[in-house]
Every structure is written in structure tokens, then in C-alpha cells.
Design a protein around this ligand. Structure first.
Ligand SMILES: NC(=O)c1ccc[n+]([C@@H]2O[C@H](COP(=O)([O-])OP(=O)(O)OC[C@H]3O[C@@H](n4cnc5c(N)ncnc54)[C@H](O)[C@@H]3O)[C@@H](O)[C@H]2O)c1
Length: 343
């Protein structure tokens, strides 16, 4: 069998942190992996220069992950067709609002039957229909797609501060390759056969993180935040078990993708911080995202809207009061003080 050729589809804050890990690990496992890691970059100008040129010349993504060396074997490519050509392993890591459009551009350019993993946190909702990104990627490209999620604030992982992550796989035998690609002494990978549970935890915890940020903005203190984390985790679990078959209880309570990611996202992370500012400064999310995130994207408010659309279509809004209150506060002008009404 030939060596695995890795392409990362996306190059933001998390994409760059993962590129650094994959770039180092392919060099540690030369029998298994090709030495070059390609990274598709949505081209843009940064400080008067193309971002791909900055990455390829300075080996650093100065816009999205400043101060962290990516390794010379990570090569930035602006053309998606060129980036995925010949790849045997694809790592999808982009803000979820861009995923479907990017898949459109990839059609016919990816070798069928290769393996992929989705690191994007979100879901695709169409009325009463809900789809996981891992499933959309699998169906659109006719490839097998796993899901990686966990308590992984990119800036901390990129600086080798100890973290854990969870990868949900479809075939147990794929676990070894994913572990070799992502494990480091400071980044522990756990493999589970629960693609849906891992994917949904990653998406839904962003709504809970917005809730935690709203509570912080109101200066409600730690008891309230802990309650929001607990209730949020329970709503996440109910949602998964109500609408998806085979999701495992352990994913919520024992995995980094479950409880640990809820905690880290509710204590820090962009969704929480921007939601705090939304309450304190009384400005729009759009404005705050532009001002506070330097090109990074907010996810939780969009996921809250999508999940609300889905729950309305299924007539189940009242069964998920925290998700619903977060949605109404963010999108319908409900006062933030009513965050815990009906919980
Ligand atoms: N940053 C984190 O700490 C972190 C941790 C774990 C998971 N995640 C998840 O990983 C995914 C990617 O997040 P990130 O932090 O790498 O992204 P980000 O928010 O830092 O990046 C923005 C990215 O979007 C790209 N972009 C902008 N406009 C685009 C367009 N029109 N089409 C395609 N791409 C466009 C930019 O080039 C940039 O790469 C998200 O789903 C996020 O929830 C993030």
C-alpha cells in the first residue's frame, strides 16, 4: 500500500493548529505518511500580502494563528482542486457556514473511497431534516468520514498545553491511522464508534457556550454558569437520543467531545466571549464578531438558529428550553435576563 497523502481543507485558527500537529506527525511516521501536508487556504490579503505566500515563506499563519510555527512541510495552496488532487486523507476544518460551498467546488476532484475526518462544529438543517457534516461529506464525495471533536481551544493546543480529543470512527480499524496522525504527548486522542454523538456534541455545545456567555454578561456568577453547563449537557443528550439512533451515553459523560468540551467552551472560547459582550455592550453579534474575532467566525448563534428551525418543524421547541431561550435572545430580541425562564 502507498503512503497516505494528507490534505487539510481549511486554514483558520483550528485548521492551522491541526496542520502543525499533522505536519510533525507525518515526519514521525514516514512509513505510513507522505512527508508533505497540503493545506487549502481561502485566499485573502493580510498586511498587504497573500496569506498563502505568508504561510509558505514564513511557515506561520500570521492572520489566524500568530506566533506558532507550522513546519516547512505544511504547504498552503489557494486552489482547492490542486490541494485535494491525489490526497488519500482529507481533514475538513472550516467554519460550518462555508462547508457546503467548498464541497461544491470539490466535486469530481476527490478520489472516491478515500478517508476523511470532519473537525467542523455544526449541523446542516433543512426544515425538519438535520444532517451531520460527516454524513454530508461522505455522501457528496463518496468517501468515509469520521468526526473529531473535544475540549480543544486551538490557541492552547497549538502551544502544547495538555488537551484531549475524541474521534468518532465508522470502522474501528481506521482508528490506528487517525491516532498516528493526531496524537502527541500533549494531545491525547480517544477513538469511539459514535460519529453522530461526537459530531452533535461539537455542534450543540456552542449553543450552551452562548448561554454561558449571556449569563456572564449578566454577572450571574458561577452557580448559574454551572447550571447552564449541566442543563445544556442534558439537552444535548436528549436531542441526540431523540433524533439520532445509536448515539452512546458515554460520549456525553466520559469523552472530551462531551462534558469536557461543554466546560471549556463555557469558560472561554469565542462564542462565550462574544455573547458576554452582546449583553454588556448591547451591540449586534455581527458588529462584535467583526471587532472581536479578527476574521474568525461565530458558530453558536447560527447553530442555535438552525436547531430552532429544526425543533419548530418537529414541534419540539418546548422540550429544549435552554436552546430555545438562547435562540430567542440572540435572534428575536428576548431580554437576556429571561435566559433561564422555563428551565
Ligand atoms: N478555533 C478553535 O479553537 C476551534 C477548536 C475546535 C474546533 N473548531 C471548529 O473548527 C472549525 C474551523 O474553525 P477555525 O477556528 O479553524 O476557523 P476560523 O474561524 O479561525 O477561520 C476562519 C476561516 O474561514 C475561512 N474563510 C473565510 N471566508 C471564507 C469563505 N467564503 N469560504 C471558505 N473559507 C472562508 C478563512 O480563510 C479562515 O480559514 C469550526 O467549525 C470551529 O467550530 C475551532
Amino acid at each position: 500500500m502507498g503512503k497516505e497523502k494528507i490534505t487539510i481543507v481549511g486554514s483558520g485558527n483550528w485548521g492551522s493548529a491541526i496542520a502543525r500537529i499533522a505536519g510533525n506527525n507525518v515526519k514521525q511516521n514516514p512509513d505510513m505518511f507522505d512527508e508533505q501536508v497540503k493545506m487549502w487556504v481561502f485566499e485573502e490579503e493580510f498586511e498587504g500580502k497573500k496569506l498563502t505566500e505568508i504561510i509558505n515563506e514564513e511557515h506561520e499563519n500570521r492572520k489566524y494563528l500568530p506566533g506558532v510555527a507550522l513546519g516547512e512541510n505544511v504547504v498552503a495552496i489557494p486552489d482547492i482542486g490542486e490541494a485535494v488532487k491525489g490526497a488519500t486523507v482529507l481533514i475538513f476544518v472550516m467554519p460550518h457556514q462555508f462547508l457546503v460551498k467548498t464541497l461544491d467546488q470539490m466535486e469530481g476532484k476527490v478520489t472516491k473511497g478515500i478517508r476523511a475526518v470532519s473537525l467542523a462544529k455544526g449541523v446542516e438543517v433543512n426544515g425538519s431534516d438535520i444532517k451531520l457534516f460527516a454524513d454530508i461529506i461522505s455522501e457528496r464525495l463518496e468517501i468515509s468520514c469520521a468526526a473529531l471533536s473535544g475540549a480543544n481551544i486551538a490557541n492552547e493546543v497549538a502551544r502544547d498545553r495538555f488537551s484531549e480529543t475524541t474521534i468518532g470512527v465508522r470502522k474501528k480499524e481506521d482508528g490506528d491511522m487517525w491516532k498516528k496522525l493526531f496524537t502527541t504527548p500533549k494531545f491525547r486522542v480517544s477513538i469511539v464508534d459514535d460519529v453522530a454523538g461526537v459530531s452533535l456534541c461539537g455542534a450543540l455545545k456552542n449553543i450552551v457556550a452562548v448561554g454561558s456567555g449571556l449569563a456572564d454578561g449578566l454577572e450571574w456568577g458561577n452557580n448559574s454558569k454551572a447550571a447552564i453547563m449541566r442543563i445544556g449537557l442534558m439537552e444535548m443528550k436528549s436531542f441526540c437520543q431523540e433524533f439520532f439512533e445509536g448515539v452512546k451515553e458515554e460520549t456525553f459523560l466520559e469523552q472530551s467531545a462531551g462534558v469536557a468540551d461543554v466546560i471549556t467552551s463555557c469558560l472561554g472560547g469565542r462564542n462565550m466571549k462574544v455573547a458576554t459582550a452582546f449583553v454588556k455592550e448591547k451591540r449586534s453579534f455581527e458588529e462584535l464578531e467583526k471587532e472581536m474575532l479578527n476574521g474568525q467566525k461565530l458558530q453558536g448563534i447560527h447553530t442555535a438558529k438552525e436547531i430552532n428551525t429544526f425543533l419548530k418543524a418537529r414541534n419540539r421547541v418546548d422540550a429544549y428550553p435552554l436552546f430555545t431561550n438562547v435562540y430567542r435572545i440572540c435572534w428575536e430580541g428576548k431580554p437576556a435576563e429571561e435566559l433561564t425562564d422555563g428551565l
